[in-house]
Design a protein around this ligand. Structure first.
Ligand SMILES: Cc1cc2nc3c(=O)[nH]c(=O)nc-3n(C[C@H](O)[C@H](O)[C@H](O)COP(=O)(O)OP(=O)(O)OC[C@H]3O[C@@H](n4cnc5c(N)ncnc54)[C@H](O)[C@@H]3O)c2cc1C
Ligand code: SF4
Length: 564
């Protein structure tokens, strides 16, 4: 038992868990960081990090056999030939879809922080007030003021590029210089400014280092080179991943023990002390069961697995899952609605092209249902705006003749414009994840069962988005406007949230304002599972800030206890 005892255990070495581990280790807490996947070491374990397109057998595309064998994960846009090794294949962890749900997973040290798209926006007070203003879910137990310092703390370390736009709907952060907009995005920015008071086109805020600061140099990270092959792992550390940043930092403290290949099955509850005393792990290689013990447990296995681990943590005191007296565990599960797109062409600026590549896009923060709530639907949406030009490739000729042909500007078509809605969904009691009572996976863990769907609110919001952008495009003089509904299932947004929501009242929520379980305070759930509502912003910056805040809450409590 002595060999297996630490002060803190963190379950999941991904985006949020690595932040908890870093903060705890910085404060001298001996921490065991467990992950179900293998270790991925920065630089050494990016086998395709610098591979040229022509050196891939399929020039970057995934071959048909792979797509056939993996109908779910291959739907993800980042599942490319150079990055498939970071994604969990469909047969590794089967699950039950009572309603369609595309579960995209990254099981390795670093989790999905290796493959993410790095878009990072803060929530505003309008987001935390959402449930109260529009009467859904329950009140958040925290406000923007509580999390703002933690956003700053995380942003400085991670490195976020962006522009200070002074918008109350999207608070400014600690920014490095923004990535450039294209000429069409700048034109759209101007058109929107001239025609609307409530809408703004801004530089997409993203976790890329555009001007390295001392704190980034200390992490061994350098300036982003705009190669846009980030999902393979970046040898420059140009974008934030747990592998390039928080985990090596925590390791350098001497306080971290990292144990990959450790599938956590449950949290062990001590009926005598009424606290958690550790975790039960299945070794992924030997399949042996091993217990680890600690004063405090942080759960950061990604929202779905965190729900599953809690549901599987049954005891005499908690027969329905840890802390689940109110029966709400696994309910009010949330996601983002990414189904709606609207495309167009722009026939101006045909003498201009993009120099280099940009790993981000332009962004329009939420503008509907912010100050007034006069729509037929609740909440609103943010919009990612992409513009580019494609070649009308003329591939006749050989050698220099072909090169000359390809380099001719006349071979570029008009500008293509695409706007993607990122809609807030309303968490509902009927959107659930549960455990199957019979079927288990290769580690003996019950299969996860999804019952998650869109609703009328989502459809009405999509209609609002389409008509708003038809108006915006018309004012900009764009042509060939086309509405698209991808019809994709929930899950493909990869912004899974909720099921273990925060709240003020133990009757209606599972976590308090510090991410501690109301009924088992030495368990913190500090990943997306804690989210009370979903807002429109990409969520990971908020997860990281909440995780850092939760870890520091523990550190402060421990200090007070030692002093008393
Ligand atoms: C292609 C793609 C694009 C994305 N783009 C964005 C974006 O632009 N902006 C944004 O904000 N978010 C984005 N996301 C989502 C983002 O990656 C997640 O929100 C974030 O990684 C969640 O952090 P996490 O710590 O909860 O989970 P993860 O980072 O997934 O980490 C969870 C870890 O827990 C481990 N684990 C799971 N179960 C167990 C268990 N039973 N025992 C032990 N370990 C376990 C996993 O192996 C994993 O390492 C994107 C994701 C993908 C895949
Ligand atoms: S775009 Fe930047 S962060 Fe992404 S792989 Fe290239 S250098 Fe690295």
């Amino acid at each position: 038992m002595n060999n297996h005892t630490y002060e803190a255990i963190v379950i999941g070495a991904g985006m949020s868990g690595s932040w908890v581990a870093k903060e705890l280790c910085d404060h001298g807490v001996k921490t065991l960081l467990l992950d179900r996947g293998p270790n991925v070491k920065h630089l050494q374990d990016y086998p395709t990090g610098s591979t040229y397109p022509w050196d891939f057998p399929h020039r970057g595309a995934v071959d048909f056999e792979d797509v056939e064998a993996n109908p779910i994960v291959s739907k993800c846009y980042a599942y490319k030939e150079g990055a498939t090794h970071f994604f969990v294949k469909d047969d590794v962890q089967p699950y039950i879809q009572e309603k369609p749900f595309d579960w995209i997973k990254g099981y390795q040290v670093g989790g999905k922080s290796l493959m993410w798209a790095r878009q990072t926006q803060r929530w505003s007070q309008y987001d935390f007030n959402g449930p109260d203003q529009e009467n859904f879910s329950v009140s958040w137990p925290i406000s923007y003021k509580d999390i703002a310092p933690w956003y700053s703390h995380v942003e400085k370390f991670v490195g976020i590029s962006g522009n200070k736009d002074g918008l109350d709907t999207l608070p400014d952060g600690e920014f490095l210089p923004p990535m450039e907009l294209t000429v069409v995005e700048k034109y759209l920015q101007q058109t929107v400014r001239e025609n609307y008071d409530d809408r703004h086109v801004i530089y997409g805020r993203c976790a890329h280092i555009t001007e390295p600061q001392e704190i980034h140099r200390q992490q061994g990270r350098a300036k982003c080179q705009h190669r846009t092959i980030c999902e393979r792992g970046c040898p420059f550390g140009g974008y934030f991943s747990a592998n390039s940043s928080t985990i090596p930092w925590a390791e350098r403290s001497g306080n971290l023990t990292l144990r990959p290949d450790s599938v956590v099955q449950s949290i062990i509850y001590d009926e005598q002390t009424n606290k958690a005393k550790g975790v039960r792990v299945i070794d992924a290689i030997t399949k042996e069961s091993v217990d680890y013990f600690a004063d405090v447990v942080f759960l950061n296995a990604g929202a779905i697995n965190s729900n599953a681990i809690l549901l599987n943590s049954t005891s005499q005191r908690f027969p329905n899952g840890l802390g689940n007296d109110n029966g709400l565990l696994g309910k009010y599960f949330g996601f983002h609605n990414y189904r709606a797109r609207i495309t167009a062409t722009c026939n101006q600026f045909l003498d201009k092209y993009i120099e280099g590549k940009s790993p981000t896009s332009a962004y329009m923060p939420r503008f509907v249902n912010v100050h007034e709530h006069d729509q037929d639907f609740k909440r609103g949406y943010g919009v990612a705006i992409y513009t580019t030009r494609y070649r009308n490739t003329e591939e006749s000729g050989m050698g220099q003749e072909l090169i000359d042909e390809l380099m001719k500007d006349k071979n570029f078509g008009p500008w293509q414009v695409s706007a993607m809605m990122m809609g807030e969904t309303i968490p509902k009691a009927t959107n659930t994840i549960q455990l199957d009572s019979e079927k288990v996976d290769q580690y003996g863990m019950p299969l996860v069962k999804f019952n998650v769907s869109y609703d009328d609110n989502d459809e009405m919001m999509m209609e609002h988005f389409y008509s708003s952008f038809e108006d915006i495009y018309a004012k900009a003089g764009f042509e060939n406007v086309k509405r698209i509904d991808t019809g994709q299932a929930p899950g493909l947004d990869i912004h899974e949230m909720g099921g273990v929501r925060m709240g003020k009242d133990p009757e209606t929520s599972l976590l308090n304002g510090n991410n501690q379980m109301h009924l088992c305070e030495n368990v913190y759930v500090s990943d997306g599972a804690c989210m009370t509502s979903t807002s429109t912003q990409n969520p990971s910056l908020t997860y990281m800030a909440l995780a850092a805040r939760a870890a520091n809450h523990y550190v402060e409590d421990r200090k007070k206890e030692k002093e008393s």
